[in-house]
Design a protein around this ligand. Structure first.
Ligand SMILES: Nc1ncnc2c1ncn2[C@@H]1O[C@H](COP(=O)(O)OP(=O)(O)OP(=O)(O)O)[C@@H](O)[C@H]1O
Ligand SMILES: [Mg+2]
Length: 355
């Protein structure tokens, strides 16, 4: 039987099934994590395996795209096997395959997309091409299975900083975005300047825990601007200039104080704009997601502000802040429910935007 005929039968079978029992195999290879997961009913994670390439890229101080693609190719089938095994499933007991198709590194994305297409074709399964950023939003659905739109979402990852109004599962309105660097990118760049190991974010946070956040009055981007856009390039330049001047004068700087002051500026910028958007949009729920949502100072500041305003806040469990395939499985399940099945001509789109 050809793929389209057997896919039609499979989709009919899925429609007749209790949606809570539908099992999705999900694959994520957009950057430097090779990940696979099995998710049941969109929100129950049966397994989630993440094979990180940090050790490989750390000697270069950042992700090397070609090395990332090759590594995905080497380990992906083992990671998928491990996810199926841990979930007690096999290819034949899976209902659909979800895969990140963008945004991300094109070569890295292609490894996952090609592999997922192969499984979909071989097993006559629906293929679901997932937007990685929508995946990050879904990390909160997995952690908080009762969470439903509408809510406001702050997405802070390595490549994105967005303030998004989630009006429905597939109704996303971007209210604000960074005009230059993403929050995670700024952490990584300043981390490198301060000599902390890659990835800068978590290691800079550790360094900052020993420093004084008021030691340096770094600028808070977009403070006096209307709207909800963000910027971190002025802050980055201020840190670079301060370090440069101190070196020229032969002054010693306390790296922990610089880290703590930088982190405080990022956190204040994010919190101010997010709560402005929350207040203006009339939302009473705020979800934060993406790698930077693991940051303790950000979590504390958001919780403090939420307690003052009465908003309810949601953060992903630590294992779902950074890249993982469980969030892709959750997003894939939502696509399957609304019939948004991808064709076998699905392509990787490195600059895929949000709706
Ligand atoms: N505790 C932390 N504090 C600050 N930043 C952190 C922390 N933990 C991780 N990060 C940052 O999060 C980023 C990684 O997050 P994530 O995996 O979501 O990004 P990405 O997948 O590379 O980018 P994107 O999701 O935008 O495509 C890195 O920039 C990392 O430094
Ligand atoms: Mg990510």
């Amino acid at each position: 039987m050809d793929y389209s005929k057997s896919l039609e039968n499979k989709l009919k079978e899925i429609r007749n099934k209790d949606a809570r029992k539908v099992k999705i195999l999900a694959i994520e290879t957009s950057c430097d994590e090779t990940a696979a997961a099995v998710v049941r009913g969109g929100r129950k994670v049966l397994s989630s395996i993440v094979n990180s390439q940090i050790a490989i890229h750390s000697k270069y101080g950042g992700v090397v795209p070609e090395v990332a693609s090759r590594q995905h190719g080497l380990v992906l089938s083992k990671v998928v096997d491990a996810a199926l095994c841990e979930a007690g499933e096999e290819f034949d007991s899976i209902d659909a395959v979800a895969v990140t198709c963008g945004p991300g590194l094109v070569g890295a994305l292609l490894v996952g997309v090609s592999y997922a297409k192969g499984i979909a074709l071989a097993k006559s399964l629906p293929l679901l091409g997932v937007n990685h950023i929508e995946g990050h939003i879904c990390s909160n659905y997995i952690t908080h299975p009762r969470l439903k739109p509408p809510f406001l979402c702050l997405i802070v990852s390595g490549g994105h900083s967005h303030i998004v109004l989630v009006e429905g599962y597939d109704e996303l309105k971007v209210l604000g975005r960074t005009r230059d660097d993403a929050a995670g990118e700024a952490f990584d760049k300043i981390g490198r300047l301060l000599g902390v190991p890659y990835p800068g974010g978590p290691n800079l946070e550790k360094l900052a825990s020993r420093g004084d956040p008021d030691a340096y009055p770094f600028p808070r981007g977009m403070k006096n601007e209307q709207g909800y856009d963000l910027t971190f390039s002025g802050l980055k330049t201020a840190v670079i200039n301060m370090l440069h001047k101190a070196r020229e004068k032969g002054q010693k700087v306390n790296a922990a104080d610089v880290a703590a002051s930088f982190q405080a500026a990022v956190v204040e910028t994010l919190v101010e704009k997010t709560f402005l958007a929350l207040c203006k949009s009339g939302m009473d729920k705020l979800a934060v997601c993406g790698g930077v949502s693991a940051n303790g100072a950000l979590r504390d500041a958001v919780r403090r502000r939420a307690a003052e305003t009465g908003a309810k806040v949601y953060f992903p469990a630590p294992e779902y802040c950074g890249d993982n395939a469980a969030m892709i499985g959750c997003a894939g399940h939502l696509m399957l429910l609304r019939g948004a099945v991808s064709g076998l001509d699905l392509d990787a789109n490195p600059s895929l935007g949000l709706n």
